[in-house]
Design a protein. Structure first.
Length: 212
């Protein structure tokens, strides 16, 4: 894992292998969806490695064993609709007790600015470590707006997890929210004139749900 300021880039071979097939235009909807879930699970494994634990004793078939369990830290997963939904199942396979909130944002095709259209959150966001998830960090506007919304609702601990980022998006989030760590599988070259990441993977929502 490469660490650049508050940016964490996961270079694990399994993540990079699966990301290659996610990028490939020949990958169909079913396989694309499965791969996104798998990479999200692998990234969640890395992002949660600092969760607090406590010592316990259990009885094995042979003897008592002193071991560890999670120390009860409250977690929350907040996908940015709609593409963020494609990552939820992968994350929840590892942390099934986490609460799931939703923030609906879309990017205005002309201004490229985020527009909020839906939100539903756990009522105790201030007590939870939140992981905001969205496959693409392009302009960064939607992610920054979602994080601002969460902070306005009382959230105090937020991380952002994306598959692919553009340098412009990273800069936007870091400028707006320097306290938020960003976790990605790749940082690509740039944004094109339409606000898409180059090299990227196209429109993540369309590829997840088979739309155009």
């Amino acid at each position: 894992m490469k660490i650049i300021s508050k940016l964490y880039v996961f270079d694990h071979p399994l993540i990079q292998h699966k990301l290659t097939y996610i990028r490939d235009v020949r990958t169909g909807t079913k396989e694309f969806r499965e791969l996104v879930q798998e990479v999200a699970m692998l990234m969640a494994y890395e992002i949660t490695r600092d969760l607090p634990v406590m010592d316990v004793t259990v009885q094995t078939p042979v003897a008592e064993a002193k071991t560890q369990v999670l120390a009860g830290k409250k977690l929350g997963v907040v996908p940015i609709l709609r593409a963020g939904l494609g990552m939820v199942d992968g994350v929840m396979k590892l942390i099934p007790a986490a609460k799931v909130g939703h923030i609906g944002l879309y990017r205005d095709p002309v201004t490229l600015q985020p527009v909020e259209y839906y939100s539903k959150l756990p009522n105790d966001v201030a007590e939870r470590d939140l992981i905001v998830i969205d496959p693409m960090l392009a302009t960064g506007g939607s992610a920054a707006a979602a994080i601002t919304f969460l902070k306005n609702q009382g959230a105090r601990s937020i991380r952002l997890m994306c598959l692919i980022a553009a340098p412009e998006g990273v800069q936007t989030v870091q400028t707006a929210h320097p306290d938020v760590d960003i976790y990605v599988a790749a940082v690509d070259e740039r944004l094109n004139e339409h606000g898409y990441i180059v090299q990227g993977l196209g429109d993540a929502g369309d590829r997840l749900f088979g739309t155009q």
